[in-house]
Design a protein around this ligand. Sequence first.
Ligand SMILES: NC(=O)C1=CN([C@@H]2O[C@H](COP(=O)(O)OP(=O)(O)OC[C@H]3O[C@@H](n4cnc5c(N)ncnc54)[C@H](O)[C@@H]3O)[C@@H](O)[C@H]2O)[C@H](O)CC1
Ligand SMILES: [K+]
Length: 511
Amino acid sequence: MKILSAQQLAEADQSTIDKNQISSNDLMGHIAKLIFDKIHQRLQGSPVPIKIFCGIGKNGGDGLALARQMIQHGYHVTTYVTNCSKKRAPEFLYHYDKIKEVTKDWPILLSCKEDFPDLHPQDIIIDAIFGTGINRPIDGWMADLVHYLNKTPAFKLAIDMPSGLYANTPQDIATPIIQAQHTFSFETPKLSFFLSQTGKFTGTFEVVQIGLDPEYMMKAAPLAQIITPDAAKSMYKPRDKFSHKGDYGHVLTMAGSKGKVGAAVLSNSAALNMGAGKVTAYIPAHANVILQSSLPEIMTISSLGENFITDFEHDIKDITLCVGPGLGTGDDVSSAFAKALSQQSLPVVIDADGLNILSDNSDYWKLIPKNSILTPHDGELEKLIGQWKDDYDRLEKAKKLSIDKDVILVLKGAHTIAVSGKNLYINDTGNPGMATAGSGDVLSGIIAGLLAQKYDALTAAVFGVFLHGRAGDIASQTYAHEGLKASIISNFVGAAILDLFRPEPQQPQQQ
Ligand SMILES: NC(=O)C1=CN([C@@H]2O[C@H](COP(=O)(O)OP(=O)(O)OC[C@H]3O[C@@H](n4cnc5c(N)ncnc54)[C@H](O)[C@@H]3O)[C@@H](O)[C@H]2O)[C@H](O)CC1
Ligand SMILES: [K+]
């Protein structure tokens, strides 16, 4: 699913109006019906007090059009207008007149000086003050209103955007922004919904397709793309009946050091769970017995070094190298790392200490094969790209590194983002339970397992991230977030694959 900018959405809006000969007022009325249906599905006519706060732009127009729908269906609605400037959108004025046709309780014009309306915890507040047209921080009386609304425990539902949140540009999150519990956003999610500093303001969110010009939407170059289940499903390569393990590659993981052998167990195990034909653990000597007894399915090559890997020698053809989990970063390890990279021509996966060694030895960059996949968490990323001002700067710096070094970056986080050149692929699976020791080791093994099976590097990164998160989601239904361990995530990779083909749950029949 594409993520477009506020500017693009406005252009798509205009293109829809021009092409379909539909007026903006009617489009707004259509949108209001779509949002009403979503709300009505949940409220089912409940007599709960609904308080709709409308700005005087098109977001406010949406609010008025929605208020009209709700009043016509018998909901207890009070509508307020933040009448703070003279610049009223025509669509706002149109729907301001229309609502007067269905109620004697006309919208209450707040003159932006007096006290705020009384609110009660059982109210439902609908935020239609600002949408994507916000172009500066909310200040003055409006800022006080936002703080007042945020202070009430009443449920807050945002229309298109929580008021005050920017769709896709940096902002000071100390400025007034509505903290919504749920957001209905039009046509595409906004980039800010997926970034760690700003994502919290939407609460949960749902994208409502409002029928914008399909040609525009198809041609628009997205800011980013969401990895949807359908997209993931299309990435999966079914197996041929007459295949053998040689068809599924050979992952060699260069990992582990004294006290961190578990990282090697987890990454090797994950490569197996992902379906690699063969897996060899390249480990320090002392880890050999541990790996062999933990994973009878794998082979091992134990390095001359007792506690750390100090060299890199093997005679296996066509390996897919995964290097870094628990590796350590001493000088001997670093030279073994360089030697391993220098022997590769196919994309490799570099994780954890492999990234730390790389950060300390910039001359190693030239050894990394094109399209290799680096999987940093933010601490490792900062060592690679330096500090960033905000989430947007982080993405721009990551794109630059991806382009300069011809590598794919997997930026791990609540929404892991794969960066390939200037293209961003945002993952929407996973849960807070996956912030657990070894989860990254598992991800690196999954991605290596996909590379070994001849998935192209970008697909291996994007599909691997999706499956890793989905495995964690399915596992958390049994183990809760708290009980999720990295090895459990790894063992649910198969369930994540099967889940791709699970029939969609039947939508409840409309009453
Ligand atoms: N294609 C779509 O997605 C559609 C979106 N719709 C709705 O339109 C809004 C965007 O409307 P717009 O009139 O451009 O802006 P807003 O209503 O968000 O803001 C109103 C107005 O406020 C001024 N303003 C900006 N920042 C501030 C500030 N800090 N303080 C005071 N005033 C401010 C600025 O002049 C804005 O124009 C979108 O979110 C949807 O809700 C349509 O419904 C149709 C399709
Ligand atoms: K809003």
